[in-house]
Design a protein around this ligand. Sequence first.
Ligand code: TYM
Length: 323
Amino acid sequence: TPRVLSLFTPSGSPTLGNLLGALLPSVRLLETADCVYGVSDLHALTSDHDPARLRERSLELAGLAIAAGIDPARCVLFLQSNVPAHAELAYLLESTAHYGEMQRMIQFKEKSARQSVVRLSLLTYPALMAADILLYQATDVPVGADQAQHVELTRDLATRFNRRYGPVFTMPRAVHPPAAARVMDLADPTAKMSKSVDSPGTIFLLDPIDVVRRKIMRAVTDSGTDVTYDTDAKPGVSNLLAILSACTGTPVADLTAGSYGALKKETADAVIALLEPLQRRYADLSADPAALEGILRTGAERAGERAAGTVTAAKKAMGLLAA
Ligand code: TYM
């Protein structure tokens, strides 16, 4: 059976992009694979952050993952910082990675350009992400397109390590959803929908339903009147078609064309049909934070047990002596 790993960073409240690009695809894999999912809270330390908000967002993200269908009875669900093996293997991988290849990461270049003070952990972030994946010997990593380069680097690091020190790591691959690998901002369909950009075109999973409808009805469309999928010529319409396709499970090619107005209304209805029950389940879960904390404690224990063998093997292969 495939082994799956994916994490979600609590650096902001999660968006429709996170849901369609990675969360729902992760839920679908529960049927067929051995899955480890979690909240990458250590990754949220890579840019200036507020400790109190990080605590809130970590629990919110774990709750939303469960509300979206990440059933903790059918997978391991945990907080990254609760399993020390992540930081430990990250250091070993930093000692195989090259400064230049870290600097070349698109996300590093974009994020560091926007900040006056750049945390060193922003540069080394892909080594931690590689550790997340390689610790569990994951074969499949469900992610949006923006993480493809980091998974590619993970493969490079695993190959380099295995060649130099011996076969410790399984080679992972990224898996992307068919339509929604890159959900765009509704107000600027040439930019990725992002939880860290405050735009009227970002749909947050916890937005009130009337706000969701309004944001979609005000989505930027394109010149002309034809509803056709063409990301270059019609980025706005194509984004709505991709969202509608991902929400309904209908391939883009099978979606029947109407007017721009009809497309927006249909898309809004489909998104709301997903978010309404998700928000209800989330409200139920948040009524009992102790239960959620218990789930995460159990998850951390199970994740720690699975990760231990890999760290020990990697340390030994690199010449570190056992205690
Ligand atoms: P993060 O928290 O930015 O996003 C979580 C997941 O959502 C996907 N995603 C999108 N998909 C489609 N359209 C969008 N607009 C969109 N925005 C985000 C992301 O690709 C991701 O799959 N570094 C990762 C978290 C991470 C991780 C890992 C993922 C840490 N370790 C190991 C996989 C494996 C991140 O910050 O994702």
